[in-house]
Design a protein around this ligand. Structure first.
Ligand code: SF4
Ligand code: SF4
Ligand code: FES
Length: 278
């Protein structure tokens, strides 16, 4: 629009051939951007809501989050959605885009159009809807707690720090799984979460695998006890949808496989009381 205003201002000043050319060029660019408008359907309301259509100007290098933001700023200020960092760090902007869960600040429109001009944007699946594109992450966060995904220390501030050898297998395993941004994309992509709501899900189990491999933890068997319960790691069918969709390229399915092996070993050696529940 800035270009249009500039061109209009220049055009109302005494005319020259150059000014007329600038004005025509700006008009052409605006007309071309409107001709390339995206047809966007966005979920509005709670679980009983419906899709509402919007026409959004197509821009170069536009992300899905840019599209949602354009609608909220230019058409519908009541549209609810969540984001914070816009650079793929906070994990808060995930939504369902043309049927797949994605982080929207790092997903370019061009990547998901497949030659069409249509976008369908919904909240993440497998979670209650608060409003519009904002899903309620409470069940997702509670499962991290239930999977004992938090560190349990055994030293006081007066003790020396534990040394973790960088080349140790445990450190390597923890390194490979620790960079989770809590986006819940894997949780929304997992069919077992959909079929079995008590299933802890890939992100919580991925975190439990990190905790289990933290050799400084005071109760690593406690992690195995938590994930061996009903709804735990043995529920995973290893179909890898979590790994396929994880935007930061973690492999939760591999971590869950590690937990399965560790729980079975602990059970057979008698250290895991209470048994295994699939
Ligand atoms: S591999 Fe397991 S956790 Fe991952 S999507 Fe499949 S069932 Fe869910
Ligand atoms: S494992 Fe990947 S997809 Fe799942 S919450 Fe973490 S970053 Fe997101
Ligand atoms: S807004 Fe932070 S990851 Fe997208």
């Amino acid at each position: 629009m800035y270009e249009l205003y500039t061109a209009v201002l220049r055009a109302v000043l005494p005319c020259t051939h150059e000014k007329i050319t600038i004005f025509r060029g700006a008009l052409k660019r605006i007309a071309s951007s409107m001709a390339k408008a995206l047809q966007v359907e966005i979920w509005r309301g709670d679980a009983n809501g419906a899709f509402v259509r919007y026409a959004v100007p197509r821009e170069d290098n536009q992300t899905i989050l840019d599209v949602v933001t354009w609608v909220q700023r230019n058409t519908d200020p009541c549209l609810s959605y969540r984001f914070a960092c816009r650079v793929g760090m906070c994990g808060s902007c995930a939504m369902t885009v043309n049927g797949k869960p994605r982080w929207t600040c790092r997903t370019h429109v061009a990547k998901v159009l497949y030659g069409s001009d249509r976008l369908r944007i919904e909240p993440l699946r497998n979670l209650p809807i608060i409003k519009d594109l904002a899903a309620d992450l409470t069940p997702f966060s509670e499962k991290w707690q239930n999977a004992r995904g938090r560190f349990k220390g055994r030293k006081s501030r007066h003790d020396n720090l534990d040394r973790v050898a960088p080349a140790s297998n445990e450190r390597q395993q923890a390194n490979a799984h620790v960079e989770c941004i809590n986006c819940a994309v894997c949780y929304a992509a997992c069919d077992v979460v959909k079929w079995t709501p008590e299933y802890l899900g890939p992100a919580a189990l991925n975190r439990a695998w990190v905790a289990y491999n933290d050799t400084r933890d005071a109760d690593r068997t406690g992690v195995l006890r938590a994930v061996a319960k009903a709804g735990g790691c043995l529920h995973c069918h290893t179909h890898q949808s979590c790994t396929e969709h994880c935007p930061v390229e973690l492999n939760p399915a591999a971590g869950i496989a590690g937990l399965k092996r560790a729980t079975v070993r602990a059970y057979l050696s008698g250290t895991l009381k209470g048994g295994l529940k699939g």
